[in-house]
Design a binder for this molecule. Structure first.
Ligand SMILES: [Zn+2]
Ligand SMILES: [Zn+2]
Length: 509
């Protein structure tokens, strides 16, 4: 299609540009300090697409997700009660969950995120930073960093242009009195016993054993430290880390000069913004979480959204009609059954889908499960996988409630709309001719029902557009609606001919 098929997919470009004769580890990581939104999701999806491309190339590769749950809570976010002020500065793994149903604050946001990952067919090896620090997994690297404090400070000042205080250290102890990860002064370092003596801003002077998680490396050092610890060779990250003098630039130097490893191949990605819902989502600062996103977007389509766009390009996602176009586009490439974007997006376990547009019509006709299945059966879709169908219907209902424009909404009137009583003789004659056409149809099929309008209208001296309006009026009390043939097919022959008879011969009833 338009030469697009010739282009090498961006994930394959990454896979081809890394060393071919070594083991690879792709690292992704998100701090679970708030709802994980669709923009954050781009990180893991980008990593997963590269992972699949590398596997397809026959490379030995592993995908990691490191949850930064040992990061401190930075502030009381708008979605938190004021009482959380007491927890600012403490690791999010040690703070209570806001709803009371999770093990910790971090878990509250991680749990739905991890289930979204599995729905999206992403299965990384998951590590929790809190466990890594507390199990001593980083002991050797922390000792190295502390042993190179002067050199790291020099790199940070030179590369980032910042000036650091003379007693700066790359390690924040977890203060035994105030419980915070604080930029305390490090008074002494004993690498043999993996301990530091520190003086915290709260006044406490204490000892922290970093082999037991009593402290954490600062972010700019923590990052290259993981590259060394895990042997990370590829890493996607947001453009905020990629600025000149930013954390990737300083990380590269620290990796080479302090940890003696090569930095990973960077895959820099842009943000995702939401169109249409601007007012609701940006001015009030409300984000669309990944869970909310999966309430309306099928998981393979969400993969496709990320796969079809090069990482360095912004995605302006429109959850209204834009979602329908996206799904249509995905369905088109899936019918062609080829194309790298489709291969990388496809999820084997996702059963075939009823077209989203059709579902939009059907759920507005059928208000209960039984009618939903009757409608779908009439329209010759496979309805054997009921759980899957109900799931699809629910996505469409949420979409209609939250994102759909009014132009796609309708409701079938239970009784004949009063406007029909005001129609003139010519209009009634056209409706009557269409009714006769429908009665005579050998098979109740959408296309034939639809094309009938074009056949009947000229015979009655009217145009098709007007006849469409008349038919919509009889069912919806408005002049427009979903694609007529598919709409009437779903409504069923008996109901349709009954309603039209009532419109044309009101006195008979
Ligand atoms: Zn919770
Ligand atoms: Zn303290």
């Amino acid at each position: 299609m338009g030469g697009a098929g010739e282009r090498i997919h961006w994930a394959d470009v990454v896979a081809a540009s890394v060393k071919q004769d070594t083991e690879h580890r792709i690292a992704t990581g998100i701090t679970p300090s708030g709802p994980i939104h669709i923009g954050n999701m781009r990180e893991v999806l980008t990593g997963d697409l590269v992972y699949k491309a590398m596997k397809d190339r026959g490379l030995a590769v592993e995908l990691l997700y490191i949850a930064d749950d040992f990061d401190p809570l930075r502030k009381v976010y708008p979605f938190l009660p004021e009482s959380y002020a007491a927890y600012v500065g403490k690791p999010v793994s040690d703070i209570p969950c806001p709803c009371g149903e999770h093990r910790s604050y971090a878990d509250h946001f991680l749990t739905p995120f991890l289930s979204a990952l599995s729905e999206l067919d992403i299965s990384p090896r998951v590590h929790l930073a809190s466990e890594l620090y507390r199990s001593g997994a980083y002991t050797k690297e922390i000792a190295t960093a502390l042993g190179h404090t002067a050199e790291i400070r020099h790199i940070l000042e030179q590369v980032s242009g910042r000036t650091l205080p003379p007693d700066w250290a790359p390690f924040y102890p977890l203060c035994s009195v105030c419980g915070k990860l604080s930029p305390a002064r490090i008074l002494e370092h004993d690498p043999a016993r993996h301990r530091v003596r520190y003086k915290c801003a709260c006044g406490n002077e204490g000892t922290a054993d970093y082999s037991r998680g009593e402290g954490k490396l600062v972010w700019r050092v923590d990052w290259p430290m993981r590259w060394a610890r895990f042997g990370v060779t590829v890493e996607p990250f947001g453009k905020d880390h990629a600025t000149s003098g930013g954390s990737y630039d300083t990380g590269k130097e620290i990796a080479r000069r302090v940890f003696r490893v090569e930095p990973p191949h960077p895959v820099i990605y842009e943000w995702i913004s939401l169109k249409g819902k601007g007012a609701m989502h940006s001015s009030k600062g409300v984000v669309v979480t990944i869970t909310e996103m999966l309430e309306i977007v099928p998981p393979d389509v969400l993969r496709y959204l990320i796969a079809r766009t090069r990482p360095e390009r912004t995605i302006d996602f429109d959850p209204g009609m834009g979602l329908i176009s996206l799904i249509d586009e995905y369905d088109r490439v899936s019918h062609e059954g080829a194309g790298r974007e489709y291969e990388l997006s496809r999820i084997a376990s996702v059963p075939t889908r009823i077209p989203f547009r059709h579902m939009v019509t059907v759920v507005q006709i059928a208000h209960d499960e039984q009618r939903l299945f009757q409608c779908l059966a009439r329209t010759s879709y496979d309805v054997t996988n009921t759980a899957n169908i109900l799931r699809q219907a629910e996505r469409v209902r949420v979409w209609l409630r939250k994102y759909a424009p009014d132009s796609v909404k309708f409701s079938v009137r239970e009784k004949i709309p009063i406007q029909v009583g005001e129609l003139g003789e010519e209009d009634l004659r056209a409706l009557s001719a269409y009714l006769e056409f429908l009665k005579a149809l050998p098979a109740w099929s959408a296309e034939a029902i639809h094309n009938g309008v074009y056949e009947v209208a000229p015979r009655c001296g009217t145009d098709a557009k007007h006849l469409f309006e008349l038919v919509y009026l009889a069912f919806l009390g408005q002049a427009r609606g979903p694609r007529l043939g598919w709409f009437l097919e779903a409504l069923g022959r008996e109901f349709v001919t009954g309603r039209l008879s009532e419109a044309v011969y009101p006195c008979v009833l």
